[in-house]
Design a protein around this ligand. Structure first.
Ligand SMILES: NC(=O)c1ccc[n+]([C@@H]2O[C@H](COP(=O)([O-])OP(=O)(O)OC[C@H]3O[C@@H](n4cnc5c(N)ncnc54)[C@H](OP(=O)(O)O)[C@@H]3O)[C@@H](O)[C@H]2O)c1
Length: 272
């Protein structure tokens, strides 16, 4: 039965359109609306048309408050500034929100985390189960290898991506620091100055081009061996599937901050 009313924030975007289709096709979710930027692409368009389906008679609008009031759970794939406003609306209307958006500053991320004591928030810079697993693996490997192993993360994304490094890379950096029990969990270096590599630092390389959906490699370079862990997205639909799965899981939860690994814990995929 379709008994969970879902609203999509940013429904005309690359991921937003796929989310419309995924929610519409879900057995449990009912697609009740979607928002766009005032005057932006998709404003006034039928959600079915945006999703590549037949018209549904529901139209994209730019009044998030209306959607928050009507929905049971919201999914946000917009941009950092917009998401921060949506978090305040989630608190005002007491609705759970799944946040897929990335590009927050450390300060903005802290703000969202602090506000999660007022409404359920699931924050995941990557909605794939593979990256949820990779975060756990990286933490474990970094805990075993000492600092004689240099950690380098290389990521590739399409030419339109706005934030750099990606939210996923930032989460992998934090996982590596957690494994190493470092105090500062957010530091990394970009090798753009001549000179030797600093011992113990985490290096990041960023590639942007074409239609690359997203590849992340975490490499542990020792003197006599190298361990490389790579995750590659082959189809963007996996982000929408993960977000819808997260939304169904978040519905009915108490206020708090949740991660994709919490969804994993309650599934057949439990890995810890
Ligand atoms: N968590 C994950 O698994 C995952 C995966 C992929 C991407 N992402 C992140 O998700 C975000 C969106 O990515 P994308 O590739 O879908 O980008 P996108 O194609 O640019 O989509 C973002 C959409 O949000 C719209 N928007 C801007 N302001 C808005 C507002 N006030 N209200 C409603 N909609 C608004 C944009 O409209 P205009 O174009 O008219 O401004 C655009 O249609 C990015 O931060 C990206 O890094 C996360």
């Amino acid at each position: 039965m379709k008994n969970v009313k879902v609203g999509i924030l940013g429904c005309a975007g690359r991921n937003g359109r796929l989310l419309l289709k995924e929610v519409y096709g879900d057995d449990v979710c009912q697609l009740i609306g979607g928002t766009v930027r005032e005057g932006g692409a998709g404003h006034g368009e039928d959600l079915g048309t945006l999703a590549g389906l037949s018209p549904l008679g529901i139209y994209a609008h730019a009044q998030p408050g209306v959607l928050f009031e009507a929905a049971d759970v919201l999914i946000d794939f917009t941009n950092a500034a917009t998401t921060l406003r949506h978090v305040d609306l989630a608190i005002e209307y007491q609705k759970p929100i799944v946040i897929g958006t990335t590009g927050f500053t450390d300060e903005e991320r802290s703000q969202i985390i602090q506000k999660s004591d007022q409404t359920p928030i699931l924050l995941a810079s990557n909605m794939t189960m593979g990256i949820a697993l990779l975060n756990i693996l990286v933490e474990k490997v970094a805990a075993v290898f000492d600092e004689s192993y240099d950690i380098e993360i290389v990521e590739a994304h399409h030419r339109h991506k706005k934030d750099t490094p990606s939210g996923t890379t930032r989460s992998l950096i934090r996982a590596a620091h957690r494994g190493r029990k470092d105090d500062d969990k957010n530091t990394f270096v970009v090798h753009n100055e001549p000179g030797e590599r600093e011992k113990g630092s985490i290096g990041v390389g960023v590639v942007r081009g074409g239609n690359e959906i997203g590849t992340h490699s975490v490499c542990f370079y020792g003197d006599e061996e190298t361990l490389e862990l790579t995750h590659r997205v082959l189809d963007r639909r996996i982000f929408a599937k993960g977000a819808v799965r997260a939304a169904k899981w978040l519905y009915g939860k108490h206020a708090g901050l949740y991660r994709l690994k919490d969804v994993l814990k309650d599934s057949d995929w439990s890995i810890e």
